[in-house]
Design a protein around this ligand. Structure first.
Ligand SMILES: *Cc1c(COP(=O)(O)O)cnc(C)c1O
Length: 231
C-alpha cells in the first residue's frame, strides 16, 4: 500500500518556519533549537518519513511501544525518552537513549545510574520540573529541584544536561518565564557535574512562546503528524 506522507513535509516546513520566526524575534541567530518528533501512537513509516524530512531526534513516551517499534525506525535517528519512566523499565531502554528527559526522583536516578554502570555508559539526563505544581503531572516542584540536583550530581554514571517541563495547558506565559528563571538560576550556580545546556520546553501548541523563554529543544507531536487518534 502506498501511503502519502506529503502532509508531514508540509507540517515540518511550517514548524521550521515557526521556529525560525521565533528565533529571529526573540533569540540570537547562533542559538540552536532542536525540533524533536514525538512518536507516540504514530506508525513507524510516518516517523521514518519525518526522519527523511530532516528530523534527527525522536521522543519516546512508552517503553512497550518503543520496544515494538524500534527495529522499524531508520537507524540514524537519536532516541530520547520523554515519558514517565518506571524504575523497573529502565533496563529495557538504557542502552538506546541519548537523553532521558523525565527524571524526577532520587529513586529513578539511582536506578538509571545503576543500569548505566552495568552497560558502561554515562547517561545524560534532564530533570523534569512540574512548574505548575499540578497533582496530575510528574516532575519535581521548583523548590525540590536544587536538592535533587545535589544528590544526582554525586552519581558517576549520570550527567545532568538541563531541565524539562510540561507547563499547565491553561497556563499563560508566566510558567515559561518561571522555567527560564529556574534554568538561569541553576546555571549561574555552576554546580559540579550539572550542566544547563538543554531546556526541553514547548510542544505543538506553545513552541513559539517556549522559544521566547529560552527553550533549546521543542517536542512536537500533533503539529507534525496530525491529531492522535488515541491517547
Ligand atoms: C505527547 C507529548 C508531546 C507532544 O505533544 P503535542 O502537543 O502533540 O506536540 C511533548 N512532550 C511530551 C512529554 C509528550 O508526552
Amino acid at each position: 500500500m502506498e501511503t502519502n506522507f506529503g502532509y508531514i513535509d508540509e507540517n515540518y516546513r511550517r514548524i521550521l518556519d515557526g521556529i525560525e520566526e521565533a528565533k529571529a524575534k526573540y533569540r540570537n541567530p547562533s542559538d540552536e533549537i532542536t525540533c524533536m518528533a514525538v512518536t507516540k501512537t504514530v506508525a513507524p513509516e510516518a516517523v521514518n518519513h519525518a526522519i527523511g524530512c530532516g528530523i534527527q531526534v525522536l521522543g519516546e513516551n512508552r517503553v512497550q511501544e518503543y520496544l515494538s517499534k524500534k527495529a522499524l525506525y531508520l537507524p540514524q535517528a537519536r532516541m530520547h525518552f520523554i515519558g514517565h519512566l518506571q524504575t523497573n523499565k529502565v533496563k529495557y531502554i538504557i542502552e538506546d537513549m541519548e537523553l532521558i528527559h523525565s527524571v524526577d526522583s532520587i529513586r529513578l536516578a539511582t536506578e538509571i545510574n545503576r543500569h548505566a554502570e552495568r552497560v558502561q555508559k554515562v547517561q545524560d539526563i534532564l530533570i523534569e520540573v512540574n512548574v505548575g505544581g499540578e497533582a496530575s503531572k510528574s516532575g519535581v516542584t521548583p523548590d525540590q529541584l536544587e536538592e535533587l540536583l545535589y544528590q544526582v550530581a554525586e552519581m558517576p554514571h549520570i550527567h545532568v544536561k538541563g531541565l524539562m517541563t510540561i507547563p499547565p495547558v491553561e497556563g499563560d506565559e508566566k510558567f515559561l518565564f518561571e522555567m527560564q528563571k529556574l534554568y538561569l538560576d541553576i546555571s549561574a550556580k555552576k554546580m559540579d557535574n550539572i550542566d544547563m545546556e538543554i531546556l526541553s520546553m514547548g510542544m505543538s501548541g506553545d513552541y513559539v512562546a517556549a522559544i521566547r523563554y529560552g527553550s533549546t529543544l521543542v517536542r512536537i507531536g500533533s503539529a507534525l503528524f496530525g491529531a492522535r487518534k488515541y491517547v
